[in-house]
Write a protein that binds this ligand. Structure first.
Ligand SMILES: Nc1ncnc2c1ncn2[C@@H]1O[C@H](COP(=O)(O)OP(=O)(O)OP(=O)(O)O)[C@@H](O)[C@H]1O
Length: 279
């Protein structure tokens, strides 16, 4: 039932493994992401989704396996080198970032990427001013687009949950990525700002950007994603359209096997309330 991508994948993850002590957090994960689409990565708690995100973006080094982004092997490369190639992930605002203003957050995100240019700027001072001016122009443009311009001098800590998520996405865009990984973009976001965030994601996708999101809200997953990848126990158990995935018995079993009182709720979520009594 897996649907084969019709274009060359922008990201290929092949047989990736990573253990923490004896725990196999990612255990032979293999997947492909099509360019210019929104792909959701779902699975029960502890399936390995966040760990895989961290491996793909260079924050963890896999014990085995290969990651190809945009035709280039990026396995084991450092996060800033991967970001420079156009693959970035969003980050929850850390305590340090919360104590900076919204605009400072944007400027710092750009600096992370222009590290080498900054070195050049140290040698040639006019270059630093030109780069800073360009970063500031882009930061203000993005804040305007994301309706955060009135908050530019506020401390990031003072933003609402939804505004923080918008800032996280805007920060990632400072790096001019080809592909963005979003970890639970809708968590703690009110419905109005959540809808706006999804609109931005869909607009950026229409402009050719690729997104992969880890999201627990199945309503959101089924609504916005063109592809759904399902992980359980560190493995990818299936990949397909939202409709294909929701009918897949392995997916239902994976959520059933996740245990605890949330089982029924999880199945209802995955099946979108379409579970029949003969199941
Ligand atoms: N730094 C770490 N050290 C030890 N174990 C870890 C670490 N990070 C994750 N794990 C374990 O690896 C497994 C996979 O965790 P991960 O956070 O990747 O799952 P997930 O699918 O993102 O879950 P959730 O949906 O709950 O966020 C879990 O059993 C988790 O406890």
């Amino acid at each position: 039932m897996d649907s084969k991508p019709d274009s060359q994948p922008i990201l290929e993850v092949g047989d990736v493994h990573l253990s923490f002590g004896g725990l196999k957090a990612v255990d032979g994960a293999t997947l492909e992401v099509e360019p210019g689409k929104i792909t959701a990565l779902i699975g029960p708690n502890g399936a390995g989704k966040t760990t895989l995100f961290n491996i793909i973006t260079g924050f963890y080094r896999p014990h085995r396996g290969r990651i190809i982004f945009d035709g280039e092997d990026i396995t084991g490369k450092r996060p800033h080198a991967i970001a420079k190639r156009g693959l970035v992930r969003t980050f929850q605002l850390t305590r340090a970032l919360s104590k900076m203003t919204v605009l400072e957050n944007m400027m710092i995100a750009a600096q992370d990427q222009t590290g080498e240019k900054m070195f050049a700027a140290w040698v040639v001072p006019w270059a630093i001013r030109r780069q800073e001016k360009e970063n500031r122009r882009r930061a203000l443009e993005l804040l305007e687009l994301f309706n955060l311009i009135d908050k530019k001098d506020e401390y990031a800590a003072r933003l609402s949950g939804g505004q923080k998520k918008l800032l996280e996405l805007a920060r990632a865009l400072m790096m001019r990525p080809k592909m963005i990984l979003l970890d639970e973009p809708m968590a703690g976001v009110n419905p109005t700002l959540g809808a706006r965030l999804l609109e931005h994601v869909q607009e950026l996708r229409n402009e050719g950007m690729t997104f992969v999101l880890v999201e627990h809200d199945m309503d959101v997953v089924m609504r916005v994603s063109e592809q759904v990848i399902v992980m359980a126990d560190g493995k990818v158990i299936t990949q397909g359209t939202a409709d294909e995935v929701r009918r897949n018995q392995q997916v239902i079993d994976a959520y059933l096997g996740s245990g605890g009182g949330a089982v029924d709720e999880a199945i209802d979520e995955v099946l979108g309330g379409e579970r029949s009594s003969d199941g």
